[in-house]
Design a protein around this ligand. Sequence first.
Ligand code: SF4
Ligand code: SF4
Ligand code: FES
Length: 216
Amino acid sequence: MRRGPLVIDGYLVEVEPGETLLEAARRVGVEIPTLCHHERSGTRGLCRLCVVEVEGSSRPVPACATEAAPGMVVRTESERIAAVRRVVLELLALETDLSLDADTQALLERYHARPERWGAPLAARRKREAIEDNPFFVRDYAKCYTCRRCIDACGDGVQGVWAYSTLGRGLETVPGTPLDLPLPETSCVFCGNCVQVCPTGALTPLQEVLLSEGER
Ligand code: SF4
Ligand code: SF4
Ligand code: FES
């Protein structure tokens, strides 16, 4: 790949081979909000929260999934970008219990998101019962926004055992086990990688759940 600088929010950044716009921005201290992306699981390009504007491109592009190239001129904040992020966050909040996800709650405030303008919260996900099928962690998919980090971490991102896939369709899609089997009956080795990358508290160590129940 050609070497050379690009411009992000007025900062000149020398492009490293194979680097994404998100990585280039972080190198010069420009923070772009992300949801689905995680370095360890390799997940990227799903949620669209990290969109940025690139001069000459008619549509905003996801910074976590767009390769940086010399000569690009990138803006990470604008009215248009804020409007896209606001809608992404509002739709997320409409279908997901974000009560344990302080980071996403802070983003909702930052972008003045008002999920209620789309109507009542969608019950499809929220009504799901938490699954306690193993001695290590609970899977509470009412709190899941299907970022896929756990699926990638379990599969080719980190662990390589592929105990998870996706179940359901459309808004009801959640990670799950093949045939919805209890985790101990799958290839799961209880490494905990999926719990570590989950951003929402949908996957929580059982000990933490028991402690918080004891405090109530
Ligand atoms: S704990 Fe089980 S499901 Fe989670 S990443 Fe490890 S092997 Fe996969
Ligand atoms: S369980 Fe957590 S890591 Fe897995 S898809 Fe849902 S929110 Fe993402
Ligand atoms: S963080 Fe980039 S698309 Fe989700």
